[in-house]
Design a protein around this ligand. Structure first.
Ligand SMILES: Nc1ncnc2c1ncn2[C@@H]1O[C@H](COP(=O)(O)OP(=O)(O)O)[C@@H](O)[C@H]1O
Ligand SMILES: [Mg+2]
Length: 278
């Protein structure tokens, strides 16, 4: 897999200092630290969707944000096509961030509620000199078309859209800068199940049409089961198990994965029953 890996993550770590207790402060003992992400390694192949699952507080968001240095790692490495993300500065770092775009749970994280959708999309494309962005109308129509929204949406503002439409716009804006990798952090978690399924299908289509690689972070195993080729299971800052999604969910090896599966409605059953309805 190494030769085909687009993104390589090696021993990535992040420790947060906990607030010192009064006695620690009085005695000048160092405060305790919390290992949010502890020497995590994985690879993401070209055109692959890798799921990242795990309970709340297991370190998924910290890991995802370190990939583009929204959180600065304190150990390990991130390499996009061999290029060292942690060593990048200035223009190189901006270009790496263009090539790895994040989609958040809350679309307002990347959208200005007062800006028209079309303006937000063209602005993103122009800042990064994307091909076609010299023709705003065609560029915006194309981006909206990629996320299956009509061009009439261009004149609307994010707050006038439904939750699902708003997330599609956030994805269109991310696509407008020409990424190779999407990092989706709980991108469908706040949506109703039927809207979730539509968005998961969109992610699958985008992977096929654009050859995108996607790191798909979600705490809901049913979501991961619908979308991910492989899944990495995270617990207390560590990846405890990684493998093809169906295999991991059918015969989990790690105790934590077994516990996680037992506490969710079985993800593979959900996928099979939704496929029957379709
Ligand atoms: N900025 C921060 N300062 C201190 N602790 C943090 C910070 N961000 C996250 N953490 C802690 O790191 C752990 C992992 O959090 P997070 O990455 O958000 O997990 P997840 O996304 O899996 O729910 C949690 O214990 C959380 O409280
Ligand atoms: Mg999170």
């Amino acid at each position: 897999m190494s030769e085909t890996a687009l993104l390589r993550v090696e021993n990535l770590s992040k420790t947060f200092a906990l607030r010192r207790s009064f006695s620690e402060w009085v005695t000048r003992r160092p405060g305790e630290v919390h290992r949010a992400v502890d020497r995590v390694s994985f690879e993401l192949a070209h055109g692959e969707i890798l799921g990242l699952a795990g309970g709340s507080g297991s370190g998924k968001t910290t890991l995802a944000r370190m990939l583009i240095r929204l959180v600065e790692p304190d150990g390990g490495g991130v390499f996009l096509e061999g290029q060292d993300v942690r060593a990048a500065k200035g223009r190189d770092l901006r270009d790496l961030r263009r090539r790895m775009q994040m989609v958040f749970q809350d679309p307002y994280s990347s959208l200005n509620p007062r800006m028209q959708v079309g303006a937000a999309i063209i602005e993103a494309g122009r800042v990064h000199h994307q091909p076609g962005s010299e023709d705003p109308e065609a560029f915006v129509t194309h981006m909206l078309d990629l996320v299956r929204l009509p061009s009439t949406i261009a004149r609307r503002r994010p707050r006038d859209l439904s939750g699902g439409q708003r997330q599609r716009v956030a994805i269109a804006r991310a696509l407008a800068v020409g990424p190779q990798v999407l990092i989706a952090d709980e991108a469908v978690s706040a949506l109703d199940v039927s809207i979730q399924t539509q968005l998961l299908n969109l992610f699958l289509d985008l992977r096929d049409e654009l050859g995108l690689s996607i790191l798909f972070v979600a705490h809901q195993l049913s979501v991961i089961a619908e979308v991910a080729d492989r899944v990495a299971i995270m617990d207390q800052g560590v990846i405890v198990e990684v493998g093809p999604t169906a295999e991991v969910f059918r015969s989990p090896q790690a105790d934590y994965t077994k516990t996680l599966l037992a506490s969710h409605p079985h993800p593979l059953t959900i996928v099979e029953s939704t496929q029957k309805e379709a």
